[in-house]
Write a protein that binds this ligand. Structure first.
Ligand SMILES: *Cc1c(COP(=O)(O)O)cnc(C)c1O
Length: 386
């Protein structure tokens, strides 16, 4: 089945529920067992045992995401960060050394430095474009490599197959944060990555109205991730699970439009005098373009650019007057967003060399002509405020 067909059908069983197209929302903590045998876990037909352990509502979303990512099983978490931390805890123990991309989502980094380090795990960051040279960082106690491509804020691509082949040689587990591709444009498990995590909050939910994380595992890592999620008390609320599975149904169509709009705006920004650099791997002159073209089938609406250094009041004049671009965290919804970011505040392996003001743009589903008019007026306000 092709991905778009799968997005429309996976995880749904209408005739298990009176022909209703969408899976029902089960609100549950207690679930009753019909017999003592099933209570003692001896009836394989009884698959739903306690609210936190999963209901038909969570199973519907997990089955659909699992089919999309091509895994052995998917586990939901209460947020994207919850998915990241659950996967990491499932793969590490005291005394381990782990390697993390320097361009990782900033809260993932904080979790590594503030929590994982406290439990006796040594955390080391690598340059995102390192590729097969990651081998120089491998120690006997290296247990896990955590990738994210393209990088948060700076959008460097990673040579995932090259890193995976080093990891396999040394029997090291690999996890990737696959939020940017939404599991639609990139299939890390097919390249040998063990675990793919996503903030479903972004494109799966797709409407900026729920928090959710998904962890998709291969056969070898699924039991330990399921156990970690259970022991950590990870679960998601039924209404949010429902919203996520509903968002998934239209995700392919949305993503193609995000791709088209994003590339148009990235190209438009490249020709602006205020902009010195655009970071978007789908642009042919982007340093990560070759890897992106080899491994990905499309791009979402999130990318970065660097502007000439401007005083804060000029930036405020630009951003505060925008009609369509909001200033806010998260992304992946139908609406456009634009925020300033400071990559060097979270870099340790190699300094980010973007001179000036780095910006992160999420291009939503609005008409690109309207977005361009909005930005043109914004740049004019910026100029006036200089
Ligand atoms: C947003 C985000 C997360 C965290 O997701 P939440 O649902 O906000 O916890 C993780 N990774 C990446 C790349 C993200 O952009």
């Amino acid at each position: 089945m092709k991905d778009d067909s799968l997005l429309a059908h996976a995880g749904r069983h209408p005739f298990k529920n009176k022909g209703v197209v969408n899976p029902p929302v089960y609100h549950a903590s207690t679930i009753l067992f019909p017999t003592l045998d099933s209570f003692h876990g001896r009836d394989p037909k009884v698959k739903v045992t306690y609210g936190r352990k999963g209901t038909p509502t969570s199973h519907a979303l997990e089955d659909a995401v699992c089919a999309l990512e091509g895994g052995a099983g998917t586990v939901t978490a209460s947020s994207g960060l919850g998915a990241v931390t659950t996967a990491i805890q499932a793969c590490t123990k005291a005394g381990d050394h782990v390697l993390i991309t320097d361009s990782v989502y900033a809260p993932t980094r904080l979790y590594m430095d503030k929590m994982l380090a406290r439990f006796g795990v040594t955390v080391e960051y690598y340059e995102p474009t390192i590729g097969a040279d990651i081998e120089k960082y491998i120690k006997p106690e290296t247990a896990m490599i955590f990738m994210e491509a393209p990088g948060s804020w700076t959008f460097e691509m990673q040579d995932v197959p090259a890193i995976v082949s080093v990891a396999k040689k040394h029997e090291i587990l690999t996890i990737i944060d696959n939020t940017w591709s939404a599991g639609y444009f990139f299939k890390p498990l097919s390249l040998g990555v063990d675990i793919s995590v996503q903030a479903a909050t972004k494109y799966i939910v797709g409407h900026s109205d729920a928090m959710m994380g998904v962890i998709t595992c291969n056969e070898a890592t699924l039991p330990r991730v399921r156990e970690a999620a259970w022991l950590l008390g990870m679960c998601a609320g039924p209404d949010d699970l429902y919203l996520a599975q509903r968002g998934l149904r239209s995700m392919g169509t949305r993503l193609r439009q995000h791709h088209e709009n994003g590339v148009k705006l990235a190209n438009w920004l490249k020709n602006r005098p205020e902009v010195t650099r655009v970071m978007h791997p789908a642009l042919p002159d982007d340093p990560g373009h070759e890897i992106w073209k080899r491994d990905f089938t499309g791009a979402c609406g999130l990318f970065g650019f660097v502007m000439n250094e401007v005083p804060e009041k000029a930036l405020a004049a630009m951003l505060e007057g925008l009609h369509f671009f909001g200033m806010g965290y998260s992304w992946g919804g139908f609406e456009s967003l634009l925020i300033p970011v400071n990559p060097n505040s979270v870099r340790t392996a190699a300094k980010w060399d973007g001179e000036g003001q780095t910006m992160r743009m999420h291009v939503g589903l609005e008409d690109v002509e309207d977005l361009i008019l909005d930005l043109e007026a914004g740049f004019e306000r910026l100029k006036q405020a200089l």
